[in-house]
Ligand binder design. Sequence first.
Ligand code: HEC
Ligand code: HEC
Length: 375
Amino acid sequence: MRRMTSARILACTALLFAPIVNAHMVPELTAEQAVEAGRNYQQYCALCHGENRQGHVNDHAPSLRSKSLLETGFPERTAAIAYGRLGTPMPGFLDEIGGPMSEEEIGRLARWLNDQEGIEVPRPGLPIPIQGDTVLGAKIYDRDCSECHGSSGEGVTGTALGNPAMLSMTSDAFLRHAIVNGRQETEMAAFGEHLSDAEIDAVTAYIRSRATGWSVQKPVLRKPPAVGSYVINPDGAPPNFELKDDRYVLSSDLYDAIQNKRRMVILDTRVMSLWQLSHIEGSVPLPYYYERETLADIADDLPRDGTWIVTYCECPRAAAEFVNAKLVDLGFENTAVLWEGAFGWVGLGYPVSRGDTSLGQKASLSPSITEHAAR
Ligand code: HEC
Ligand code: HEC
């Protein structure tokens, strides 16, 4: 295999799966490729990471321009973009898992991020495990880190350090670099100034000890419903939603409407790979990054007879509000945004289905939604 370069094989030995792209595989961008990468950034990433890559616009998405990030972890970066960080709002963008980008486009986007700050793409380092006193590490973590990263590493204002997806894609050296140097222009301080080398090794080893055996599995991709079959329960009565702030529908009301077989359209505005992973049954993917023309084309096929159109995302609402505003702009009247978002929906115990489950296995869903999906 051409792609199995020695750097990649080396990386395999430390990470649970191989990062898809390494620095050597992304040659300098042509002017055209740079324009394309910049466009992809604005279309796919700016929503959370900000127009200027400054981070923390939505969901505490990290800065993508801090020096200490860009000077390390190129394979980590491409893996995060490709596969996302399951369990956090960071979605996967790779086509193999249902995302909108090819491996090459992701590599070029990652390189473009470096180019924007004039920081050379770092060479992958040797994935040497960092040894440290994990008992001491746990103490330091509780004292100095848990406030922002969460007592179980679940993430608060800082990233989710206990996230198995993050840990499986990230080398110890990458973690250590962030801890020592912090992340410029963000709340993440340079702990190299406050902790000794042994303490930094200890907390790094402690974070690593939280890893579990997460690995990327290739799902079977499910075909989204065809345009023209977007309306679920076409013969049903309209739902009688009572909107919060004239805009938001509560999960409980949406669930009732689904159960009572009400006529409506549910649009999943997240990255397509997330629809593949799990979605509210009957929902159709209409990612926030679709160009206005594509959206207008799809809108031509949406009913204009007052049928309710509900959008949702995970953010909990940023992408859904974005698409909702465009629909309102295009003249659609009965539109709503799911208040709690997809995570809230799941958190409240409402059902979702995966892109790769066969339809027969979804016993808990109302027959009409299942019929819709089978059409
Ligand atoms: C829906 C919001 C959202 C979108 C859209 C999004 N991200 Fe993220 N991204 C996040 C969050 C939140 C995290 C941190 C997750 C965690 O806790 O580990 C993250 C993490 C990352 C990381 C890891 C950074 C680090 O500090 O290690 C990279 C790289 C990244 N995103 C790049 C991108 C790129 C490039 C795009 C567009 C192709 C993108 N993201 C789109 C929310 C988003
Ligand atoms: C005041 C809040 C705060 C504290 C305290 C804090 N961090 Fe952070 N940390 C952050 C934020 C915010 C980020 C994301 C920075 C960005 O935007 O790039 C981050 C990023 C990181 C990253 C990079 C993670 C990734 O996904 O790339 C690591 C590793 C990290 N922190 C470890 C630690 C450790 C270890 C401690 C304690 C010794 C600590 N942090 C204390 C806020 C904090």
